[in-house]
Design a protein around this ligand. Structure first.
Ligand SMILES: C[S@@+](CC[C@H](N)C(=O)[O-])C[C@H]1O[C@@H](n2cnc3c(N)ncnc32)[C@H](O)[C@@H]1O
Length: 278
């Protein structure tokens, strides 16, 4: 049986649950999107044999098996839409210009972090662009909250929908065909990216990271409330090396958050740079 959504009590419990999910993951469902959240949760509640949102709230807060349940829930409530070569001009800018600019001032190889990598298409696009640019020795770390998409990223097998916007010839060059219209990324690209789970809104999880010269945090801030973004931006800025850049999604302007970074327009694209000095 599915839970009843339209009683005042169920609405109240759903709001409690919504706030708990926001607290733990940053993903916020506004009042207008509560029905969407209810729909996303309904099947899981049914699987667990729970009849009310309040039961599920207690499970997530107090049950001894709550850690495993959060792993499942994170994959239910996140939006993992992504594809290869998405918003590609900024990937080209990074691979063809920014990495080359970094080299003279670094005593080590450049480090790039894809902070919400979903099933891997974004960091793998960067790995291919770096190969095309002849850039060697670049460290690529890719992280996400959702363990299900991270498993897909490590598997590196994709359907036609994911690869449809790749530049001409890259599919044949960097993938093997598999039965059923699937494509397996070749190890020479796949081996360039390391994947890990990381929750961006848990400040403590960011503490042990090294500094990066480029951070991609694309198409995830839009799911967070403003106060979360305000907390996160100084943390990301601290993780940038002097002169390093933060890249967000094309529709995610940071100007209203006054980040501790300099606004920079490059090739008609907006990126955010940590000052070289000071
Ligand atoms: C829409 S995808 C963006 C993927 C890729 N960056 C792109 O632009 O194509 C958003 C990703 O953010 C992840 N995400 C959501 N909340 C997160 C959090 N608190 N910490 C880390 N990743 C999170 C989701 O799991 C999802 O895979």
């Amino acid at each position: 049986m599915k839970p009843l959504l339209n009683t005042p009590a169920s609405r109240q419990s759903l709001v409690l649950l919504r706030d708990l999910i926001e607290e733990e993951t940053g993903n916020f469902y506004s009042d207008q999107n509560l029905d969407l959240l209810a729909m996303k949760l309904a099947d899981r509640l049914a699987e667990l044999g729970l009849l009310t949102f309040l039961d599920y709230y207690y499970l997530l807060r107090y049950d001894s098996g709550r850690a495993e349940e959060w792993v499942l829930l994170e994959s239910v409530i996140t939006v993992n839409e992504t594809y290869f070569w998405r918003e590609s001009p900024v990937i080209e800018l990074a691979a063809l210009q920014l990495v080359a600019e970094l080299r003279p001032r670094l005593k080590r190889g450049p480090r790039i972090w894809h902070a919400a990598c979903a099933s891997g298409e974004e960091p793998y696009s960067m790995a291919m662009a770096l190969l095309e640019a002849g850039e060697q020795g670049v460290d690529l770390l890719a992280t996400d909250l959702d363990q299900r998409v991270l498993a897909l990223a490590r598997q590196a097998i994709y359907r036609q929908r994911s690869v449809r916007y790749l530049p001409a010839g890259w599919l044949e060059k960097y993938f093997e065909t598999l039965p059923g219209g699937r494509w397996a990324l070749k190890p020479k690209v796949a081996s360039r990216v390391s994947f890990r789970r990381l929750n961006l809104i848990h400040g403590s999880e960011l503490e042990n990271l090294p500094t990066f010269d480029l951070i991609f945090c694309r198409n995830v801030l839009l799911y967070f409330r403003e106060n979360r973004v305000l907390e996160l931006l100084p943390r990301l800025a601290r993780l940038l090396s002097p002169g390093g850049w933060l890249v967000v999604g094309a529709s995610e302007s940071l100007l209203r958050f006054a980040p501790p970074l300099e606004f920079q327009e490059r090739n008609g694209l907006v990126i955010y740079q940590k000052p070289l000095h000071g």
